[in-house]
Design a protein around this ligand. Structure first.
Ligand code: PEP
Ligand code: MG
Length: 581
């Protein structure tokens, strides 16, 4: 009997492969007594699992391709160091012997003690190590429970497709690691389509479903599962007919892709000749290959915070400079580099910068707020960015601006860094455009006041929708309220575009809405001419742009923001729907 699992499809594509269950976090285990005669065997079982964990990590690290971001290797190094610590060696076997208990229980005791110790630390960096403790414990636990969980080995051995991870939750860092290990797709029980885990799945082109409550309990390790990352549907232990249906979907998906491929080198112009700029969002320097592959006109959002993740130390100026130059040289067209946007669901291994975890991280010290508080941290990035600007066109984009003062302070800091570089005789682009992300309702409402001090705007709809509609973007319980078509959201987008037009500055959009084919005609109607999205959407959006006629769309956009009649609103929205595939 097959089992149907549904959730939210967040990254398109079909994958067919064996289930690989994972616990993103250490799971609770049962305490079992061990007979005196079996104690030494239990210790050996633990030591062997720890040894295998080490071998797995070493093998993954040694197999990492050259173009993999350095942060992945340092993430693995941190875990290797922990495995060597007494806490994960003699402390566990001592507990097995002293209490005559099973290895899983002894390991859990150690985990709890360590987490409590880390939790009580004043130092934010050390406090954050508790996440690593949990990850290391989860890895050893998996080996104790199941013997072997090396995905790479399993993928190679399995002729029936790449593994499909089914997990409670997966962090953005885990997505990078699992991608390296060759997974074909993933399903998580929690999370929403706007979480950074979902965004990363799209950018790495891994079919994924999130918010599939109870999925892990419904599937068995190793059984075959079919995943449709667009429909948000998966079928475990499928019948032959179900499998054939997914194989058909996979073929249709391939044909659609091939049709889109043929659009790579044609311009993004509407039927009536309006030029539209299609840019890419990238997370890692290696993503530039994708941007290049789809013929994007540049990068509209480079999320630099991923340079800061999965590592013990913050990246130096030299390292950042090298990463930015790398991206600039790999991309044709301007690269919009967003300054550090840490906080909320994006945290670094080096601890919550700026203090203890607040009750409402999304409303707390994140993005530009954090950078203006931690000026030294910001200055390092600004120096790297400005020095990189000597190698090609960049735009500096400031995240989460909510008032004019923040914008002016950030601009003053940029000017200060420019003067410093001047004195040191270091080259930089004196005209580098500096713009604001419009992702807080206050910024959209005050866009007219911000525009004279900006060289461009970029609308971040992921956060703009979260803050306007008061829904946590990573909380799947309130996901049903996420509505890009809410009149309040449409009005804020329109206001921002109008403010940009009045000030004569370009307005881009880099939230997920810009890469969602359902909204392309609507955004064109509202006056948007610059879209930035994950590379896998560029060709599909180009198809819609080339089919559109602005003369017909613009009057609809005007009417849309003021329409009071619900039936007329539905008519307009229908007219703005995308053309058939
Ligand atoms: C946004 O908020 O729309 C955005 C692009 O930024 P991020 O998703 O990184 O918060
Ligand atoms: Mg944002």
């Amino acid at each position: 009997m097959s089992t149907i699992i549904s959730g939210i499809g967040v990254a398109r594509g079909i994958v067919i492969g064996p289930v690989h269950k994972l616990h993103g976090r250490a799971m609770p285990v049962e305490r079992k007594s061990v007979a005196p005669a079996a104690i030494e065997d239990e210790c050996t079982r633990y030591t062997a699992a720890r040894e295998t964990a080490r071998e797995q990590l070493e093998a993954i690290r040694d197999d990492i391709p050259d173009d993999t971001p350095k942060e992945i290797a340092s993430f693995i190094d941190t875990h290797l160091l922990m495995l060597d610590d007494r806490a994960f060696s003699s402390a566990v076997t001592d507990t097995i012997r002293a209490e005559s208990v099973n290895a899983e229980w002894a390991l859990q005791q150690q985990c709890e003690q360590l987490v409590a110790v880390f939790d009580a630390m004043d130092d934010a960096y050390l406090r954050s190590r508790q996440d690593d403790v949990e990850h290391v414990v989860a890895r050893i636990q998996r080996l104790l429970v199941r013997g072997d969980s090396n995905l790479s080995a399993q993928a190679a051995a399995d002729a029936d497709g790449p593994p499909v991870v089914v997990a409670d939750d997966i962090t953005p860092a885990d997505v990078i690691l699992l991608h390296q290990q060759g997974i074909g797709g993933f399903i998580t029980e929690f999370g929403g389509p706007l979480s950074h885990t979902a965004i990363l799945a799209r950018s790495l082109d891994i079919p994924a479903i999130v918010g599939a409550h109870g999925a892990a309990a419904q599937v068995q390790e190793g059984e075959l599962i079919l995943v449709d990352g667009q429909a948000g549907e998966a079928i475990a232990a499928p019948s032959a007919a179900e499998r054939a249906e997914f194989e058909r979907r996979a073929q249709a998906h391939e044909r659609f892709r091939a049709m889109l491929e043929s659009l790579r080198d044609v311009p993004a112009v509407t039927r009536d000749g309006a030029q539209v700029t299609l840019l890419c969002n990238i997370e890692l320097p290696a993503d530039t290959a994708h941007a290049h592959g789809v013929g994007a006109a540049g990068v509209g959002l480079y999320r630099t915070e991923f340079l800061y993740m999965n590592r013990a130390e913050l990246p130096s100026e030299a390292e950042q400079y090298a990463a930015y130059v790398n991206v600039i040289q790999a991309v044709s067209g301007p690269v919009t580099i967003r300054t550090l946007d840490l906080g909320a669901d994006k945290q670094v291994d080096s601890g919550r910068l700026g203090g203890p975890t607040p009750n409402n991280p999304a409303l707390g010290l994140r993005a530009i707020r954090l950078c203006l508080k931690e000026e030294d941290l910001f200055r390092v990035q600004l120096r790297a960015l400005l020095r990189a600007s000597a190698h090609g066109p960049i735009r500096i984009m400031l995240p989460m601006i909510s008032n004019l003062d923040e914008l002016l302070r950030a601009r003053a800091l940029i000017r200060g860094v420019m003067e410093e570089l001047e004195e040191e005789g270091l080259a930089y682009d004196k005209q580098v455009p500096v713009g604001a992300m419009i992702e807080v309702p206050a910024a959209a409402l005050a866009a007219g006041l911000l525009a004279p001090h900006c060289d461009f705007f970029s609308i971040g709809t992921n956060d703009l929708i979260q803050y306007t509609l008061a829904i946590d973007r990573v909380d799947d319980e309130v996901n049903y309220l996420y509505d890009p078509l809410h009149p309040a959201v449409l009005r804020l987008i329109r206001l921002t575009i109008e403010a940009g037009q009045a000030a004569g500055i370009p307005v881009s959009m880099c939230g997920e809405m810009a890469g969602d084919a359902r909204y392309t005609r609507l955004l064109l109607a509202l006056g948007l001419r610059e879209f930035s999205m994950h590379p896998s959407s560029v060709l599909e959006i180009k198809r819609i742009v080339r089919d559109a006629e602005l003369a017909a769309l613009e009057p609809l956009g005007q009417e849309l923001v003021g329409v009071a009649d619900a039936a007329r609103l539905q008519d307009i929205l229908r007219e703005l729907e995308p053309p058939a595939d």
